[in-house]
Design a binder for this molecule. Structure first.
Ligand SMILES: Cc1ncc(COP(=O)(O)O)c(C=O)c1O
Length: 321
């Protein structure tokens, strides 16, 4: 979909792919991935899905919803952090009846051992757990984002657009890697730009290699094939994962005030802030065609109400609430 007001304002041809509007418990990127992992769980006759993430994990929300939709239970290992209020994504997982276990850890991307221990505990009481890794990313689940990339290519083709760049989030790198493969498959050669939300470049590159190899194997493609122009940037993370940076909050405001579209401060706001920073640095000339992948995460705005309110006031908006 073309963002008419923003295109005019930035003098670009800017489009958005609304992955925040997928059809499961407030939407986001996960349903595309979960479609594949949940099918494996059903085939394995699982009684309960087990996964892990941060306190305000979108993946936890959507895995719980997928489990319920399939008549299964869900157990979550979440890392304790300062967003532990009964609010936003955390509220939704309790509402859907997930079994939530909090652990103390500095790195919520590294909870696998806790989740596997929970699987053992569940097995001991007669459950049949199926474990889905953080962010739902596996080579199989990435097929969901290869399909999303093919869908995007079809939509762009129908609108006669060959984008100069596609901006995606980079968490585990599942979305980025799958989109890259799908767009190249369709002969679209614009730059694919991943905005890291947590990890520094070296780790991101490691992840890219891992998912690329896994996907190429699944799809029978040569992993040595050309990937074309692509880059990952790690300068928009802020102090740490989930840091609502100034640039990110400005990006949220701009999208909300010009297009009435809500971004989140952890993923989509970071990606859009990366696009805006490139634009401000003069990277894109008048009329160039850009695509922004909105991967969802919007419920997190309710957990970030303090930061958002403070920022609105700082930018001169009146907030009487
Ligand atoms: C809203 C949202 N966007 C993007 C991502 C990251 O996707 P990936 O891990 O495939 O890079 C996540 C991961 O949890 C997410 O919740």
């Amino acid at each position: 979909m073309r963002l008419e007001h923003l295109s005019r304002r930035l003098d670009l041809d800017l489009r958005i792919k609304r992955e925040d509007l997928t059809d499961l418990a407030l939407g986001g990127d996960k349903p595309r991935k979960l479609e594949y992992e949940a099918a494996k769980a059903v085939a394995a006759d699982a009684s309960i899905l087990v996964t892990c993430g941060s306190t305000q994990s979108n993946h936890a929300r959507l895995t719980t919803a997928a489990a319920r939709k399939l008549g299964m239970k869900c157990a979550l290992v979440l890392s304790r952090d300062r967003y532990q209020a009964f609010q936003a994504n955390l509220l939704t997982v309790y509402l859907m009846g997930a079994d939530v276990r909090f652990v103390e850890t500095a790195d919520h991307w590294d909870l696998e051992k806790h989740a596997l221990a929970l699987c053992d505990e569940l097995r001991a009481v007669g459950e049949r757990p199926y474990y889905i890794p953080v962010s739902g990313t596996t080579p199989t689940s990435c097929l969901g984002y290869v399909r999303a990339g093919l869908e995007l290519a079809d939509q762009l083709g129908a609108a006669n657009v060959r984008p100069d760049a596609v901006y995606t989030p980079f968490g585990t790198g599942g979305i980025f890697t799958s989109m890259l493969l799908a767009l190249r498959e369709r002969g679209l050669d614009g730059s694919v730009i991943g905005v890291s939300v947590n990890a520094r470049l070296e780790k991101c590159r490691e992840n890219l290699e891992r998912w690329w190899a896994g996907l190429c194997e699944l799809l029978g493609r040569d992993p040595a094939r050309s990937r074309g122009a692509h880059e990952i940037c790690d300068e928009f993370i802020g102090r740490e994962y989930g840091d609502a940076t100034e640039g990110c909050l400005d990006a949220l405001m701009l999208m909300a005030e010009t297009e009435g579209i809500l971004l989140d401060p952890v993923y989509s706001g970071k990606v859009f802030s990366g696009l805006l920073a490139d634009h401000a640095a003069g990277r894109w000339a008048s009329g160039q065609q850009l695509v922004f992948i909105h991967s969802g995460g919007t419920p997190a705005i309710f957990a970030y109400h303090d930061e958002i309110k403070r920022h609105l006031v700082k930018r001169g908006r009146t907030v009487d609430a």
